[in-house]
Design a protein around this ligand. Structure first.
Ligand code: UDP
Length: 371
């Protein structure tokens, strides 16, 4: 197949491109505004890369869509800091520009695999239950698993700008569903649940950019002996999924020729890997101490910080996200294999190799030096 990966230069796209090229039969065309994560693939005979932005390069995007057997749209801002600080940009890219691609696919009769997010489910219904009713017995009996075709979606008030991402993706999914219903668009939607692995975001201090997500923030603190910030005490829980598991599932959706994945949304996640942020941080520190610490450099101080201070006043959090993966199991015979400790270890290994020497050269933040 000729597979076009729009936004293929990011963490997920770079792994997906590798997986597809390893199959030996696909031609893979990737576009992005940065190709750092694709350098190792640029000379591959079946791989083509275009430095291109779907926001401005509409003509090239149209030509690539037309030339494709399958279009995979990975273009998105997907970092909570941006949702609170620049919500308009999130809406324009994650909804308006993505919508144009979906409309092109419908018009040209091309199959679309659209990346969405587990965040469209929002916080769980349990988080809305008044504390006096949420007894331990009630909580233990509550089913908060998130299922593609039956779970309701929850967001917060408008001043919580964090939800611009979830609601942009939510509306995009609804419009794509309608394009399928009314114009015959052949699509699959993918909802990733906290994928982690090599090439995840980047080390914040390496680019003087604090937008990366949790794993990268904690790695920065470990490699530089600075601070691990637990937002609101680190009580939020997530289910973490190793990128190799995720890409195996995405690849099977792309290669599906039975039509069974058409006009379906898929949760891709590992319900067995749930951990709170504080548990995740503890595990990272533990593994770092055992495998990489020289016994000399200071270990990070772990502090709790208010979310609205850390991410901006529009921040709100999802309490838990547990995927129901029955659909992927039944239609694709897929199941995730990587446990939490192994996926942290493997990702940490890649961060240490890529960043340790550069991170050591970066000065510690002034506040920490003064202490
Ligand atoms: N978080 C944290 N410290 C950080 C970065 C994130 O405690 O330095 C928390 C964040 O508030 C959320 C969880 O970690 O509860 C996961 O955040 P991430 O940025 O990875 O993205 P999300 O899963 O919310 O999309």
């Amino acid at each position: 197949m000729r597979i076009v990966l729009l936004g293929g230069g990011g963490f997920i796209g770079s792994h997906l491109a590798e997986w597809l090229l390893a199959r030996g039969t696909h031609d893979v065309i990737a576009t992005d505004i940065n190709h750092d994560k694709l350098r190792h693939l640029l000379d591959h005979g079946r791989f083509t890369y275009f430095d291109s932005d779907i926001h401005t390069d509409v003509q090239l995007t149209r030509q690539l869509v037309e030339s494709a057997d399958v279009v995979v749209n990975l273009v998105a801002v997907a970092t909570p800091k941006t949702y609170t600080l620049n919500p308009l940009h999130v809406f324009e890219l994650d909804f308006l520009d993505n919508l144009r691609v979906a409309q092109m696919c419908a018009e040209m009769n091309r199959r679309l695999v659209q990346f969405s997010t587990c965040e469209i489910y929002g916080p769980t219904w349990l988080s809305l239950v008044p504390p006096e009713l949420a007894t331990p017995e009630f909580i233990a009996r509550a089913d908060i698993t998130q299922s593609e075709d039956s779970t309701a979606m929850i967001t917060g008030p408008i001043n919580e700008t964090r939800w611009i991402y979830a609601t942009s993706k939510h509306l995009l999914e609804r419009v794509i569903h309608a394009l399928g219903m009314q114009q015959g668009l052949d699509y699959s939607i993918i909802r990733p649940f906290n994928f982690v692995g090599p090439r995840f975001d980047f080390l914040p201090s390496d680019k003087d950019d604090t937008s990366p997500r949790m794993f990268a923030q904690f790695m920065d603190a470990l490699l530089r002996g600075t601070r691990i910030s637990l937002v609101d005490g680190g009580a939020a829980q997530r289910c973490y999924t190793y990128i190799d598991d995720a890409v195996e599932c995405i690849g099977r959706i792309l290669e599906d020729r039975t039509g069974s994945t058409s006009r379906e949304a898929f949760n891709i996640g590992n319900p067995g890997n749930e951990a709170s942020v504080v548990e995740f941080a503890d595990m990272m520190i533990d593994i770092y101490k055992a495998q990489y610490w020289d016994g000399v450099q200071p270990l990070p101080e772990v502090v709790s910080v208010p979310g609205k201070e850390f991410f901006g006043p529009g921040y709100a959090d999802c309490d838990r996200r547990i995927p129901d993966i029955t659909k992927a199991r039944e239609l694709l015979g897929w199941a995730p294999e990587w446990d939490l400790r192994s996926l942290i270890s493997s990702t940490m290994d890649s961060f240490v190799s890529e960043y340790r020497s550069r991170a050591a050269e970066r000065p510690a933040p002034v506040a920490l030096v003064a202490e």
